[in-house]
Write a protein that binds this ligand. Structure first.
Ligand code: MG
Ligand code: ZN
Length: 358
């Protein structure tokens, strides 16, 4: 049980998001995905934080997307992220490929990389998990994780911070993809100390935070906010044409699958701090579009009143899987106004491309 005014987790910070002068077109995009995060997850976070204190309340532009896949009303993270990455609906479980014949679709990360922009991803899951995988690989099934890892060699992305090192160096095919990455010029590191990365922008890098899945936010994982800040500053040095960074709060979804409200609370607080880092960069930079959304709802979460009391709420899950509710989209920066309204999840791809003029 939580009262609506207790548990302030984030400091009050006024970003004055509506008032800073901005370029007419963004040079950079920071795209943040809260996996499994829809209106109920954000609402719970708002009441846990104390009304007026969450970052979500400060965005000048809010819209909604319809998350359904090409084959099912209730989507998954593979079809959900492919819709964002390629601007096309695909089947549940498919990564960067389209029906009916599993034709690969070029992702926004691949397209912008080919146009000379710097690109990167930061996640709190393995690099081969469905959400990051859908931006850089093309496979009919999300479960093909070793194949997904190999696809990282096909795009000249600039930085990756994620779990899942074992999928690159302890493989059934015995190929050490870390050696392959090094041969391509990447600095490869592990752990949660980022100081030895080539932060001057001289070389691209891959940094594994864990061998497989990183720990939970309530279990001591703290790297997502600082890694997001670091990635923005690094990518800015990598190309004068701008950058595209995808950041995922991966475990909001896992907390909801487990119906674990304490875990959810910690993941939402961590994602809030991460969004703040993106907005701080964007505020200072003036040429950065920040888009925050979820890929789908998870857990069928309701903020039910606690017993007869209307003063308190008990987060109540109605399922252990995803649900079809619409998902909010928050935007700030040049091009943000494109993101108001109600639209298909595929429109997020189109809107990001339109904002960039590319
Ligand atoms: Mg995910
Ligand atoms: Zn899920």
């Amino acid at each position: 049980m939580w009262s609506f005014s207790s548990c302030a987790s984030a400091p009050k910070e006024d970003f004055s998001l509506k008032t800073i002068p901005l370029a007419t077109r963004p040079k950079n995009i920071i795209f943040l995905i809260g996996d499994g995060m829809a209106t109920a997850q954000v609402s719970a976070h708002i009441y846990w934080s104390g009304i007026g204190k969450s970052i979500f309340e400060q965005f000048p532009v809010v819209g909604f997307h319809k998350s359904h896949a090409s084959d099912y009303l209730v989507t998954d993270s593979a079809a959900g992220a492919t819709a964002f990455a390629c601007g096309e609906k695909t089947k549940v479980g498919a990564i960067g490929v389209l029906p009916p014949d599993e034709r690969p679709c070029k992702t926004i990360l691949e397209e912008l990389d080919a146009q000379g922009m710097a690109t990167g991803m930061v996640t709190t899951c393995t690099a081969t998990h469905a959400t990051p995988a859908s931006f850089i690989s093309h496979l009919e099934l999300r479960a093909l994780t070793e194949e997904i890892a190999a696809e990282y060699l096909k795009t000249n992305f600039d930085c990756l911070i994620a779990g899942g090192e074992q999928l690159f160096n302890q493989r059934y095919d015995k190929i050490n993809l870390l050696d392959s990455l090094r041969a391509k010029g990447y600095v490869v590191r592990r752990g949660t100390n980022f100081r030895k990365l080539p932060l001057d922008g001289s070389k691209p890098f891959v940094h594994f935070t864990h061998e497989m899945e990183p720990p939970t936010a309530s279990g001591g994982r703290t790297y997502l906010p600082p890694a997001t800040k670091l990635a923005c500053e690094f990518l800015q040095k990598r190309s004068d044409k701008g950058f595209f960074l995808m950041v995922e709060g991966s475990q909001i979804d896992w907390a909801c699958h487990t119906n674990d409200k304490s875990w959810l609370k910690a993941e939402m607080a961590d994602f809030d701090l991460t969004i703040r880092e993106a907005l701080r960069f964007a505020m200072q930079n003036g040429e950065t579009l920040v888009v925050v959304t979820g890929d789908h709802e998870c857990g069928g979460l309701a903020l039910a009143s606690q017993g007869n009391s209307k003063k308190y709420f008990t987060p109540t899950f109605s399922t252990r899987v995803h649900s079809a509710t619409m998902v909010p989209v928050y935007a700030f920066g040049p091009g943000a106004s494109l993101f108001s309204g109600v639209y298909e999840n595929t429109e997020i791809y189109n809107k990001m491309r339109e904002a960039l003029g590319r």
